[in-house]
Design a binder for this molecule. Structure first.
Ligand SMILES: [Zn+2]
Length: 122
């Protein structure tokens, strides 16, 4: 089985920290940042994996979800996928974008962590 490699990795940690700072300062309301919709919450439940870090808003465990984007994916674009499914897709010889999104099932906090291009490593 091919393994997945990533290139063009963009981190969104700065934006995440900025949103949390604005929340603390009252420039953003909790409902502005804890706005995971039904699809995102369902994906976190079914495809997500529990992360090492706690929710910055409520302290509950976060779930990491992976979302795939790109015209090479056809109808699969814009869906949440497991790492195994992503490995299967790069094995087709295509490249596409993967977003890592953290989601809190408890308070619905969610944030994009990284965006990167996935491709077959071997
Ligand atoms: Zn939370």
């Amino acid at each position: 089985m091919n393994s997945v490699a990533y290139k063009h990795v963009v981190s969104y940690e700065w934006e995440r920290a900025q949103h949390l700072r604005q929340l603390r300062l009252g420039q953003l309301q909790r409902e502005d940042v804890c706005d995971a919709d039904f699809l995102l919450r369902a994906a976190a439940r079914h495809h997500g994996v529990t992360m090492d870090r706690a929710c910055p808003v409520c302290g509950q465990p976060l779930r990491l979800t992976l979302w795939v984007y790109g015209s090479s994916l056809g109808r699969r674009a814009g869906s949440a996928r497991s790492e195994e499914e992503i490995a299967g897709m790069v094995a087709e010889g295509i490249e596409f974008t993967v977003h890592e999104v953290e989601v809190c099932p408890a308070c619905h906090w969610n944030h994009l962590l990284t965006a990167a291009t996935a491709y077959a490593a071997c």
